[in-house]
Design a protein around this ligand. Structure first.
Ligand code: NI
Length: 388
């Protein structure tokens, strides 16, 4: 059984919504027009309840099934925000806003969830309740956490929650997923080194923060090579180095900023502890002061085993069993849907986007041919998972 016929009929309409959203991208929590567009559409479909302003600018649509008997409340989630970057394409629906672009396909995710809402409101071929979640600020703003903290799960009585993300490494019509850790915890570190400035020709009178920073960048790599079990995963990337103003001045301070990615909380704790210890040790050995600000961003995204099996069976129903890879490798990118999965069991799946530039590339575009697969997956998931 491939994609749902009615969904295939709706594909042109859903594509038009997707392109409208693509042309009008908004960033982080400032998704006011997008949220209004989503809420208007949901009302026009005749869903039972539309709630706005959850987690600041999130929107929720509730659809009650038309079948008698008990049923579960199943939530589906899409993200609505774009990225702060310029689009480098010649698409007819290219971003109209300089410095904003849907370069991660959240326009597609939102349009697909709207498509599923339209189909489900029209057919209601399920018992129980469908909760459609449209969240702001996935890209570094933890919008999912904001909605969970605003009482999302309790208010709508959510039993399980599911989400998806497009994947440019998978062909159109393919799905990828795995039980357990699928995406990494995403942490940010900022390290400030305070030494003592001097003339570039008088290093003996300085405590050189640039030299200490260079030692530290190397020493931090020992977390991966000498602390974490080689069969475990960790990334420590120093991505920003700031110091100095002239060729003959040893500066007073230096700053390093970077990210740590891990696939379980034990490794995450270990990485933070070792970073703090290494900084304290280097500060003592060089006579400098080193301050570490370690910010815990999104947690590890963990797919529930049984819910993943359900997701695999639904994806197989929609795309055919050969099109579903149920054992993809985890990726070290972060995803704030992890906050929702920490609140309720569920699963997150990757949907093939075809051969496009990778997410966050200025020439990336969501593939509209993926729409029938994503919408059918969402719709069948509700029709199946709501069965109590
Ligand atoms: Ni994304």
């Amino acid at each position: 059984m491939p994609v749902i016929n009615r969904v295939a009929e709706l594909a042109d309409e859903i594509t038009a919504w997707r392109r409208h959203l693509h042309e009008n991208p908004e960033i982080l929590y400032e998704v006011h027009e997008t949220a209004a567009f989503v809420a208007d559409k949901l009302r026009s479909f005749g869903v039972d309840e539309v709630v706005t302003g959850l987690g600041r600018t999130g929107v929720v649509g509730v659809i009650r099934g038309g079948k008698a008997g008990p049923g579960k409340t199943i939530a589906l989630r899409a993200d609505m925000d774009a990225l702060p970057m310029d689009e480098l394409t010649d698409l007819p629906y290219k971003s109209k806003r300089p410095g904003a672009m849907h370069a991660c396909g959240h326009d597609g995710h939102t349009a697909m969830l709207l498509g599923a809402a339209k189909y489900l409101a029209e057919t209601r071929n399920f018992s129980g309740t469908a909760v459609m979640i449209f969240q702001p600020a996935e890209e570094g703003g933890n919008g999912a956490e904001a909605m969970v903290k605003d009482g999302l799960m309790e208010r709508f009585g959510v039993d399980e929650v599911y989400g998806l993300h497009n994947d440019p490494t998978l062909a159109i019509g393919q799905f990828g997923i795995r039980p357990g850790a699928l995406m990494a915890a995403m942490d940010k570190f900022t390290i400030e080194i305070s030494g003592k400035g001097s003339h570039g020709a008088a290093p003996h009178l300085s405590i050189d923060p640039v030299f200490i920073a260079s030692q530290l960048i190397g020493a931090l790599q020992s977390i991966a090579s000498r602390n974490v079990d080689p069969l475990d995963s960790v990334v420590v990337s120093t991505c920003v180095v700031q110091a100095g103003s002239a060729f003959n001045i040893i500066p007073q301070t230096a700053k390093l900023v970077g990210t740590v990615r891990t696939l379980n909380e034990t490794t995450r704790d270990l990485a933070e502890r070792r970073m703090t210890e290494i900084c304290a040790g280097l500060a003592a050995s060089f006579g400098a002061t080193i301050d570490v600000d370690y910010w815990r961003g999104t947690p590890v995204l963990v797919n529930d085993e049984a819910k993943t099996a359900l997701a695999v069976s639904i994806a197989s129903e929609v795309a055919g069993p050969d099109a579903v890879n149920a054992g993809v490798k985890p990726i070290m990118g972060g995803e704030d849907f992890a906050f929702m999965l920490n609140a309720r069991p569920g699963a997150f799946i990757f949907l093939g986007n075809g051969d496009t530039p990778y997410c966050h590339h200025p020439a990336y575009d969501f593939s509209d041919e993926a729409i029938p697969f994503g919408v059918s997956y969402f719709a069948r998931l509700i029709e199946t998972a709501t069965r109590a």
